[in-house]
Write a protein that binds this ligand. Structure first.
Ligand code: BES
Ligand code: ZN
Ligand code: ZN
Length: 470
């Protein structure tokens, strides 16, 4: 978790004078009404300086008796439809200080999401270079559940830190340490099945994909459990700590970002943090197959056929389609205790990225209740998702003939769908949802710096309580 001094939390002012009143001002037709809340002097000054309430515009304005007030633009509805965090867009442009939101026209839910954006805009990945952090603090506004917003911010910071850390420092053993630290924080239990023990305990595909890595980076299955009552919720995250592609080596341009191939693991750990921090009455399990897809004499090969934990045989047609292999064994284990819900998250296919781009988290689901609840959950916490189909007629594409399954259908049609269908063969036939996430922001936006990014976790956090009847 983030160091305390890096924690993304609301500010508690030390004395009343330290706090600057902040107004979130809509643009367009709502501008005049929003501005009417300001002290007269500030309003006049804002007008002369051309402040129009545009998103990203922020000003410190004079107030009576030598004080100041701050305004941040909230934009017009059409501008807001193109932005995610509007308060954060202006907030980071204000001078250092402590701000208290006194004027806005937001619902409680929208206000919480905007506050989350503000906290997230304080995130820096500073493990390798200490960057000065601008201390632009926000007092928790009335009506905001500060603990919840802070839990979501901490979860996202955890996800980002894990993804941003280079593979050299985030190998399978490091990922295990991160899971152990999270377990310790929440009083959860964690076990790990490492190296040859994977064969003894029947996780052949996790072993196969990870066996070429050096001994200190041995493959493993991490298993965290938390909570003693309530529905069983099992999260499975792809933990490929680096994906070279294996013998079907990725070209340099495609390999460059593959430290993020444990983004699914990082994201389910973020979601697990939210759930545990909020004390949900669930029996939570998190399964992470953590491997490095390396090139060595021991690498698995195209044409090899392996038997997965659930007995299905898989023909390897591309060693770069390794995520579905390690997830197969983890999903099979998950399914053995028939939990109420299984959700996997994985940086599984380039095809998902081609389909929806880097912003949207595409998901596949057999779970009608979750399907119905996710769009609202996504809107609630500024975490957009988009459903893609488990299109059964494409099942034939993953059936090669000499084995039960093909890990990389030729032609590449519907690559995200065929990957999802492959996973579903291992998920036991119950309520299963799979997210094919990108895990990365290619360019900076307010509250969302370039680099590792959680996707889909907050949408799930909002949707699951209703679905699980918590
Ligand atoms: N980790 C990659 C998928 C990926 C690539 C996600 C780029 C996000 C950005 C995965 O292991 C992979 O290489 N998948 C292949 C599958 C193919 C060989 C069937 C892909 O998508 O090209
Ligand atoms: Zn791959
Ligand atoms: Zn991969």
């Amino acid at each position: 978790m983030s160091e305390p001094d890096n924690a993304l939390v609301f500010m508690q002012p030390t004395s009343e004078q330290d706090v600057t009143d902040l107004y979130l001002i809509a643009g367009g037709d709502d501008f005049e009404a929003a501005m009417s809340a300001l002290p007269e002097a500030a309003r006049a000054w804002a007008g002369r300086n051309g402040f129009s309430g545009a998103i990203g515009d922020a000003r410190l304005l004079p107030a009576p008796d030598g004080g100041a007030v701050a305004v941040v633009g909230y934009g017009t509805p059409s501008q807001r439809s193109r932005a995610r965090f509007t308060l954060a867009a202006g907030g980071q442009k204000l001078p250092e200080g402590c701000y208290r939101l006194v004027g806005h026209a937001l619902s409680a839910a929208a206000l919480e999401a905007e506050c989350l954006g503000w906290l997230l805009s304080g995130y820096r990945f500073d493990r390798y270079r200490k960057a000065g952090r601008k201390a632009v603090g926000l007092v928790a506004p009335d009506g905001v559940d500060a603990a919840r917003v802070e839990a979501l911010a901490a979860a996202e910071a955890l996800t980002r830190d894990l993804i941003n850390t280079p593979a050299e420092d985030m190998g399978p053993a490091d990922l295990q340490a991160a899971v152990a630290a999270l377990a310790l924080l929440h009083g959860a239990e964690m076990s790990a099945t490492v190296g040859d023990a994977l064969l003894e305990e029947n996780f052949p595909l996790i072993h196969t994909v990870g066996r070429a890595a050096s001994a200190d980076r041995a493959p493993r299955l991490l298993d965290l459990r938390w909570g003693g009552e309530g529905p069983r919720l099992t999260l499975v995250g792809k933990g490929v700590c680096f994906d070279t592609g294996g013998l079907n080596l990725k070209p340099g341009g495609s390999m460059g970002l593959m430290k993020k191939d444990m983004g699914g693991a990082a994201t389910v750990l973020g979601l697990a943090h939210m759930i545990m921090a909020q004390g949900w009455k669930v029996r939570l399990r998190v399964l992470i197959p953590a491997v490095e897809n390396a090139v060595a004499g021991a690498s698995f090969r195209p044409g090899d056929i392996f038997t997965a934990r659930n007995g299905l045989t898989v023909e390897i047609n591309n060693t770069d389609a390794e995520g579905r292999l390690v997830l197969a064994d983890a999903l099979a284990l998950a399914a053995e205790e028939t939990p109420d819900r299984i959700i996997s998250m994985a940086t599984l296919t380039g095809a998902a990225r081609v389909a929806v781009g880097p912003d949207l988290a595409p998901f596949f689901t057999d779970d009608a209740a979750l399907r119905a609840a996710l769009p609202e959950g996504a809107a609630r916490w500024a975490d957009p998702v988009w459903e893609l189909p488990f299109h059964a007629p494409y099942e034939a594409m993953i059936e090669p003939g000499i084995a039960d399954l093909d890990n990389a259908p030729k032609g590449g049609f519907a690559g995200a769908i065929t990957a999802a269908l492959f996973l579903r063969r291992f998920a036991g036939g119950g309520a299963y949802t799979h997210f094919d996430v990108y895990g990365w922001n290619p360019s900076a936006a307010p509250g969302r710096p370039k680099g590792g990014a959680g996707m889909g976790a907050r949408a799930l956090f909002a949707a699951l309580p209703e679905v699980l009847a918590l």
